[in-house]
Design a protein around this ligand. Structure first.
Ligand SMILES: Cc1cc2nc3c(=O)[nH]c(=O)nc-3n(C[C@H](O)[C@H](O)[C@H](O)COP(=O)(O)OP(=O)(O)OC[C@H]3O[C@@H](n4cnc5c(N)ncnc54)[C@H](O)[C@@H]3O)c2cc1C
Length: 392
């Protein structure tokens, strides 16, 4: 089958968060050569909820639907509240983002959207890159892989999310309660008052109003738990924490986000650049990726506009090292890890915590965080991580 679209100067595989953000950033940078964005999907309904702290500027601040300057860590009768009026926690529903960006891309004369197009093999040679797709072969001088863990640049040595792979797994319900029960001023970031299941287990609550909230059963571990068990846990939690016995579920959100250190060192191609999840934007210790993706695509688009496209590394080395130690300690005793998070909730200020979560911690923030945590498990974790890295 032959393809009738113009030879793309920039071909973006994937119209998810990273692919769409990159196309939008290229237009913002004034790129006027042909941009093609291809994705198998043509449904851009509200398939996910992005939460993040407002620490870094990004172009989608205006799309944030709700902000909270307080959040809490809970366990039994204990609650630690943190607040940060200057870096509130933000809620951005995916459909708002998709609609906003797709409208701009559709209106741009140099941008072509190839939706409902499945991506196949990718071939690279001196002249450019050719991609086999269900719509025929696509050719481009510059290819960006925003296909997540299924694209051509995902390292073959890295696992796909699945049983036995460390993931953050969750099932969330958008619920409406018959009476006002939620504290609409404060996000419950982690409530460890849950049924132990061998993994790090907590419930996350985004309260949209006193009667509406997203209530998410979350685990971090290798295997997760079956979905019926998660639904039962959300039901138990609603009854136990809020005393509600009837509610309406407007929507269910389910995901498994891999918590992996994506090693990009073997990937050297200048024509085929990973972006988003494929490039390791999902922070291994938290599963947050929205803001990292915005920082990455802004830098990448600037390089493309300057005629010097190259892969943009994600995150800072020190944060990556701390993440490794965090995950090591977590994996050694997942259930006990909740007490460390409670300590962070108790001892860190909201500003410091928000900066740490968004890769913006200052040296003093990091010292405060280290001081807040118990020393011996983390020192042992640091030793194990160092030995493992030296042994490679
Ligand atoms: C339910 C959910 C909630 C999340 N919540 C948060 C949050 O609160 N905060 C946060 O910071 N991060 C969150 N994340 C993590 C992260 O921000 C998102 O996963 C984000 O969407 C990743 O962006 P991406 O572009 O790398 O991947 P995606 O957005 O998943 O995009 C990948 C695209 O590739 C396409 N694709 C894949 N394979 C093919 C193929 N063979 N052919 C054609 N197209 C293909 C897919 O259709 C998809 O559109 C969440 C993730 C999920 C799943």
């Amino acid at each position: 089958m032959s393809f009738t679209s113009p030879h793309a100067s920039c071909l973006i595989l994937g119209a998810g968060l990273a692919g769409l953000s990159l196309a939008d950033a290229l237009l913002r940078q004034g790129v006027r050569s042909p941009i093609v964005v291809a994705d198998q999907r043509d449904d851009f309904s509200n398939d996910r909820t992005w939460g993040f702290w407002d620490v870094h500027p990004h172009p989608y601040r205006g799309l944030v639907q709700q902000r909270w300057s307080e959040w809490s860590f809970r366990s039994g009768a204990t609650t630690y509240r943190q607040s940060s009026p200057s870096s509130p926690y933000c809620y951005l529903p995916a459909d708002r983002f998709y609609e906003d960006v797709l409208a701009r891309l559709r209106a741009a004369p140099n941008c072509t959207l190839l939706l409902g197009t499945t991506i196949g093999d990718v071939h690279e040679d001196a002249a450019g890159v050719t991609v086999q797709t269900s719509a025929g072969d696509l050719e481009a001088s510059q290819l960006f892989d925003a296909l997540g863990t299924h694209g051509p640049t995902w390292p073959s040595t890295m696992p796909q999310p699945g049983p036995g792979v460390l993931c953050q797994r969750f099932l969330g319900w958008f619920v409406t309660a018959p009476e006002p029960v939620f504290d609409a001023a404060c996000v419950t970031l982690m409530d460890f008052d849950v049924t132990p299941n061998g993994e790090l287990h907590f419930v996350y609550v985004l309260p949209f109003s006193p009667t509406q909230a997203l209530v998410e059963d979350t685990t971090i571990g290798l295997d997760g738990v079956p979905l019926p068990e998660r639904r039962a846990e959300v039901e138990r939690y609603l009854a136990h924490r809020y005393g509600v016995t009837s509610w309406q579920v407007e929507r269910e959100e389910v995901a498994a986000i891999p918590m992996l250190h994506v090693d990009r060192s073997a990937h050297a191609s200048q024509r085929l650049i990973p972006v988003g999840t494929a490039a390791g934007t999902v922070r291994p210790s938290s599963g947050y990726a929205f803001v990292r993706t915005q920082l990455q695509v802004a830098a990448l688009a600037a390089r493309v506009a300057a005629g010097q496209p190259s892969a943009v590394p994600v995150g800072r080395n020190l944060d990556a090292m701390l993440d490794r130690v965090f995950l090591d300690v977590l994996q050694h005793d997942p259930e006990a890890f909740s007490s460390n998070l409670m300590m962070l909730g108790k001892r860190l200020t909201g500003d410091r915590f928000a900066r740490f979560m968004m890769d913006a911690a200052s040296p003093l923030d990091l010292l405060s965080m280290i001081a807040a945590l118990p020393k011996s498990p983390f020192v042992r974790g640091a030793v194990r991580v160092s030995r493992e890295r030296v042994g490679r």
